[in-house]
Design a protein around this ligand. Structure first.
Ligand code: 3YP
Ligand code: ZN
Length: 370
């Protein structure tokens, strides 16, 4: 396997500031400055582990380049683009739209490079320069909606990359699998009425955005049935995720017959994540990737491109990302030292209530498909 890899040091310079996790410090309200939870550490440390483990020697570097305005405008409206550009000129930067998505001076150029990195990963796969690819980009993208950034996301990196596959490569069917623990609302919204794109989101039930990603959200109009949501109960681990993969995701992919699969790859469903309450291990992510590659080999010549989203444990995200990229490349390097601990957490096996929730996602009645 040839695996492409997109990264740039400047992704670590996207400045989310000295927030108390999510909020700007406010001493009188008791909110102490610390770091924003979406800071450079998890991704930079994943990149460094790729180097130190030796996996980097097996990857083909793919250079990111900024997404053009034309590419960004395939997903976003002009007002959003212009707002980000204008605030990016300010010495203290701005916010992409919801008050939760800060960026520093020059943040526009970094966000455009993240989106362009996802585009280049897709391009490398579709041009046959690599078999599959992983874009380790920052800021993330899957919450960004056409009219505004959201949930740490400035531009919809995956949505922009999918539009590139449709518009430039002429693809007719592209599937997106979003395994970030939060709902991929932005990607879903970009293609909600578009029958060419199947968006599948596996997420912890109702975490972020609030009340988003319910089972009955199935697309609209021509796109009815091409959005698929699998809300998973808190506490879901490897067993639940693999059951969802085997009983919902893989059959949906087979029915849709995509020509390319794009993964919105967050590692915040891990057992060590501070922002959600799932229990996936690095072996769970490895197994999800293996399943996905098998399905991609069957359906679309193995064409898979992944773009990084969330994941907030700086010590564990690197081992999850390493497992995924090892699987993409067909190489083994270092063992995950956390594995004996996290795989021993009670409830890693599929639990009955998790099975019920996943089975319910399969059996959405047609009348609810609006
Ligand atoms: C955004 C604000 C509160 C939760 C947070 C989620 C960010 C994320 O990882 N999205 O995938
Ligand atoms: Zn997330």
């Amino acid at each position: 396997m040839t695996t492409g890899y997109v990264y740039h040091e400047i992704f670590g310079w996207h400045d989310t500031g000295t927030h108390a996790g999510l909020f700007p410090s406010h001493p009188q309200a008791g909110i102490q400055p610390l770091a924003h939870v979406e800071n450079a550490d998890t991704k930079r440390r994943l990149h460094e582990l790729l180097v130190v483990s030796g996996l980097m020697d097996h990857l083909v570097r793919v250079r990111p380049r900024p997404a053009t305005e034309e590419e960004i405008l395939r997903v976003h409206d002009r007002a959003h683009l212009d707002r980000v550009k204008a605030q990016s000129l300010l010495p203290k930067g701005g916010d992409a739209g919801d008050g939760l998505s800060p960026f520093g001076q020059g943040g526009y150029e970094i966000a455009a490079l993240a989106a362009g990195g996802a585009v280049e990963a897709v391009d490398a796969v579709l041009a046959g320069r690599v078999d599959n690819a992983y874009a380790l980009v920052r800021p993330p993208g899957h919450h960004a909606e056409p009219g505004r950034g959201m949930g740490f996301c400035v531009f919809g990196n995956v949505a922009i990359a999918v539009h590139h596959a449709l518009a430039v490569h002429g693809l007719e069917r592209v599937a997106v699998l979003d395994w970030d623990v939060h709902h991929g609302n932005g990607t879903q919204k970009a293609f909600y009425a578009d029958p060419r794109v199947l968006t599948i989101s596996l997420h912890q039930d109702d975490v972020f955005p609030p009340h988003s990603g319910r089972r009955h959200e199935r697309g609209t109009g021509e796109g009815l049935g091409t959005a698929l949501n699998v809300p998973l109960p808190a506490g879901s681990g490897d067993g639940a995720y693999l059951y969802a993969m085997d009983t919902v995701v893989t059959p949906a992919l087979r029915a849709f017959r995509p020509q390319l699969i794009v993964v919105a790859s967050g590692f915040d469903a891990s057992a060590m994540d501070p922002m959600a309450h799932q229990m996936v291990t690095s072996e769970g992510y490895r197994a999800l990737t293996t399943r996905l590659l098998d399905t991609a080999a069957e359906l679309c010549g193995g064409r898979v491109a992944m773009s990084h989203e969330g994941g907030y444990n700086p010590t564990y995200v690197p081992f999850c990302g390493l497992a995924v990229m090892e699987t993409l490349a067909g190489v083994r390097t270092l063992d995950d030292p956390f594995l004996p601990i996290v795989s021993g957490f009670a409830g890693q096996d599929l639990q009955p209530h998790q099975r019920d929730a996943i089975d319910a996602a399969i059996a959405v009645p047609a009348r609810d498909r609006t």
